[in-house]
Every structure is written in structure tokens, then in C-alpha cells.
Design a protein around this ligand. Structure first.
Ligand code: GRF
Length: 219
């Protein structure tokens, strides 16, 4: 089996990155992580990647000022240098241009800490608490030019408890992120995900293969 070569883009601690690295250690996982790249030199995930023996690179966006195209050209060169076939955004905090996202169309996925299409953008957990939703979660989706809007590959849901803090809710959501991201990458790497009319159809999968519902976390 030839495993898809995956590059992960991060900006921070990289716990989702670590979950993907862990999943890819299993010999029959259909993807291998060949590169971790950060736009921030101080991203904690870079050390985690190096400790796991994975090439880690920094493409510091501040070196390019407002020139997003030049930044992305440098990023593309690093991805090309490692012959990356699929890109995973994992807490990557830069908006990408339409040119870049179109180049990686259906070959770049992202994890978002909310049940899309609800709560696009930042501070999802605070906004979920303010809205009083009873169920919250995370989504893995293909990246399209419009932020947090591409076809949905997998979702994981958790309850919102009375009296939850933003931190407690974020931690609960993070545990499902770490489960659905490896699941979604596996499906994409196996070539089982195709997009029809803007929606993902997963070959040979029942709904339960792409949804994860965690009804209780022991409280
Ligand atoms: C995660 O909540 C992810 O969904 C969001 O940013 C956070 C990154 O966390 N996009 P980590 O760097 O993966 O730990």
C-alpha cells in the first residue's frame, strides 16, 4: 500500500498534529506525516514533531510583511520539497488566499472547533456558551477559499453542561478533535471521500464512520 504523504500546518501547541502523528504510526494507516510546518517560529508543536523524528520547518509570515502571495510561495516550496500530497491544517492561524486553497482543492483539510456551519471563526467555545447550545463539537472539512466553509468530512459532538466554563468546554471538544481528525484524514488518504454538489460522499461508510457522538464524559 502506498501511503499518502501528508504535511501538517500549525501555528501553536499542535495537539491535533500530535494525534495525527500518533495515528500514522500504525502500519496500515493510509497516510504518513512527512512534514510539519509552522508560520510561527515559537510554535510548541515544532518540538513535538522533531521529537517524533518528523521534518519540522518554519515559514515565518512576519518576514513577508503583508505579502500573502510571497508567504504562500515560500510555504508551497517547503511542501514541494517534501513531496507533500495532502495538507492538514491543525490550528494554523493564517488565512490562505483563494489561489493557494484552489491549488490544494480537495487535497487540504482543516479542523474547526465547532459543529459547522455554526460558529465559524474564532472564540467558538465562548460563543457556543453565550448562545446556550446544548450540543457542541468539532468538524473536519475540505478547505475552500471561504473560511470554515468547505464540504464536511467528519464531525464529533459533545454535550454542553450547565455551568461549563470556556476552558472545560474547549477541553471536552478537544478530545473529539483528536479522534475525528485521524479518522477523516484516513478516509481522505484512502481516496474514499468524493465531493458531490458541495457535500462529501464517503465510499463504503455508514454515518457512524464519520460522526462521533460522546454523550457523557463521566460527569
Ligand atoms: C484546535 O481547537 C483546532 O480545532 C483549532 O485550533 C486549535 C488548535 O489546537 N483550529 P492544537 O494546536 O491542535 O492543540
Amino acid at each position: 500500500m502506498s501511503r499518502k504523504r501528508v504535511g501538517i500546518l500549525i501555528s501553536g501547541r499542535g495537539s491535533n498534529m500530535a494525534a495525527l502523528i500518533e495515528a500514522a504510526k500504525v502500519s496500515d494507516y493510509p497516510a504518513e506525516i512527512v512534514l510539519v510546518a509552522s508560520n510561527r517560529p515559537d510554535a510548541g508543536g515544532l518540538d513535538t514533531a522533531r521529537a517524533a523524528g518528523i521534518a519540522a520547518a518554519t515559514v515565518d509570515h512576519t518576514a513577508y510583511g503583508k505579502d500573502r502571495v510571497a508567504f504562500e510561495r515560500a510555504l508551497q516550496a517547503v511542501l514541494d520539497g517534501h513531496r507533500v500530497e495532502l495538507v492538514c491544517l491543525a490550528g494554523f492561524m493564517r488565512l490562505l488566499t483563494a489561489e493557494f486553497t484552489n491549488r490544494w482543492q480537495q487535497r487540504m483539510i482543516n479542523i474547526h472547533p465547532a459543529l459547522l456551519p455554526a460558529f465559524k471563526g474564532l472564540e467558538t467555545h465562548r460563543r457556543a456558551l453565550e448562545a446556550g447550545v446544548k450540543i457542541h463539537g468539532a468538524t473536519v472539512h475540505f478547505v475552500v477559499p471561504e473560511m470554515d466553509s468547505g464540504p464536511i468530512i467528519a464531525q464529533g459532538a459533545v454535550p454542553v453542561h450547565d455551568g461549563d466554563t470556556e476552558q472545560a468546554l474547549a477541553a471536552r471538544v478537544l478530545t473529539v478533535e483528536h479522534r475525528i481528525y485521524p479518522l477523516a484524514l484516513g478516509l481522505v488518504a484512502e481516496g474514499r471521500v468524493r465531493v458531490e454538489n458541495g457535500r462529501c460522499v464517503i465510499a463504503g461508510a455508514g454515518t457512524t464512520d464519520t460522526t462521533l457522538i460522546v454523550p457523557d464524559d463521566g460527569r
